[in-house]
Structure formats: structure tokens, C-alpha cells
Design a binder for this molecule. Structure first.
Ligand code: HEC
Length: 187
């Protein structure tokens, strides 16, 4: 080996280390930013599109597995079968029988078109799902509407703002003494 070659080798090794360190620092600096951007844009965008106007309420995950509070039936012209279900906070509050419902309570009203059973003429079964309606208790966030945030969804998408303006008025006019909730625990 000539002197110049040895020098070159000795020179290049630390250079590689330094370059690698710089790249590592740049990479590590960028990662948190990239993660933040990815997290902020992905779910946030979806949440906005799927959230109700005014209240920002979304369809809660797993509500189809929630416990039944009571079924209901709506006469014509809607002609629907309904089931109000609640998360564990709601069920605990119902069982304790205390008003107001605590923050974190979520009530969901599911609804279906009435359908005659194909097997048994006098039996009525759920037909197509029509709406999913949600009430979320957050006494601070929704202080102006009795502590409840509202959401009405058709095919998974929230309906317009005008419809969301009607929710609290009706619940307030008729169910104020029961923390704005109509449904009683089915016996
Ligand atoms: C004209 C009156 C009226 C309006 C407007 C109304 N509701 Fe209700 N809501 C009721 C009645 C009555 C019940 C009781 C269950 C049933 O009969 O279906 C109910 C029940 C509910 C329940 C189950 C908990 C409870 O209070 O029994 C939810 C959730 C709900 N409504 C959400 C909404 C949302 C969201 C809106 C607005 C998009 C809305 N409601 C608008 C009358 C109304």
C-alpha cells in the first residue's frame, strides 16, 4: 500500500461514521413529525366526515354488541322497530336509577323498517336499517344542550345541520325531568 492509499482509507472511515450519524439524526428528527402528520391527517379527516354537525358526535364502535335498554315501535308513516342500547356507563346509571347520567354515557337508538316474517305471518322482524341515533353525555362540552351531544346517521353518514337543530328541543320539551332521556329500562 502506498502512503496516499493508507491516508485515504484512514480518512474515509471517520467520514462514513460522521455521515451515518448525520443521516441518523436527520432521520430521527423527521420520524416524530411524519408520525404526527400521518396520525393527525388520517383519523381526524375521517372523524370530521363521519361526525354530526354542531356536536361532532360519531357512531360509537361496537354499539351493535351493547346491552339493550328497551325496544320501541314507531307508528306509520315511519313504521319502524327500534332498540335503544347503551354502553356500560349507561347501563350502570340505569340500574342505579339516578339522574343525571354521568359523563361518558352513550345511548344509541337503532331503527329498522318493520317487516313481516317470511316464515310466520303475524311476526314482525327488522327490515332495512333506517337510522342510528346517538346521544353522548359530556356536561362541559355540551353544556348548552343539557350536557348531551346528538348525532343522527343514515347509512353511516351524519344527516344535515337542520335536523340536528331539532334534537335537543324535542328532548328538552318532553323529557327534561329525566335528564332529557325518554327511554326507561325495560322491565
Ligand atoms: C319530535 C321529537 C324528537 C326529536 C326531534 C328527536 N327525538 Fe330523539 N327521541 C324522541 C323520543 C320520543 C324517543 C323515545 C324512543 C322512541 O320513541 O323512539 C327518543 C329517543 C332518542 C334516543 C334514545 C334515548 C332516549 O332519549 O330515549 C336517542 C339516542 C335519540 N332520541 C337521539 C335523537 C337525535 C340524535 C335527534 C336529532 C337528530 C333526536 N333524537 C330528535 C323524540 C325526539
Amino acid at each position: 500500500m502506498t502512503t496516499t492509499e493508507t491516508e485515504k482509507k484512514r480518512f474515509s472511515f471517520p467520514t462514513v461514521i460522521v455521515l451515518a450519524m448525520i443521516l441518523l439524526v436527520v432521520f430521527l428528527t423527521c420520524v416524530p413529525y411524519l408520525v404526527t402528520i400521518a396520525l393527525a391527517e388520517g383519523p381526524a379527516e375521517r372523524a370530521t366526515a363521519d361526525a354530526s354537525p354542531i356536536f361532532g358526535v360519531t357512531i360509537p364502535q361496537g354499539y351493535k354488541q351493547w346491552e339493550l335498554i328497551a325496544p320501541a315501535e314507531e307508528a306509520a308513516p315511519l313504521d319502524e322497530l327500534r332498540a335503544v342500547v347503551g354502553n356500560q356507563t349507561a347501563i350502570d346509571a340505569y340500574q342505579a336509577g339516578k339522574f343525571p347520567f354521568p359523563d361518558g354515557t352513550i345511548l344509541v337508538k337503532r331503527a329498522w323498517k318493520r317487516k313481516q316474517s317470511p316464515e310466520f305471518a303475524s311476526a314482525t322482524i327488522p327490515g332495512a336499517a333506517t337510522t342510528v341515533q346517538v346521544m353522548v353525555k359530556d356536561s362541559k362540552k355540551y353544556a348548552a344542550t343539557g350536557g348531551w351531544g346528538f348525532g343522527r346517521f343514515v347509512n353511516g353518514k351524519p344527516v344535515d345541520e337542520a335536523q340536528h337543530r331539532t334534537c335537543f328541543a324535542c328532548h328538552e320539551a318532553r323529557a327534561k325531568s329525566r335528564d332529557y332521556v325518554f327511554t326507561r329500562l325495560a322491565p
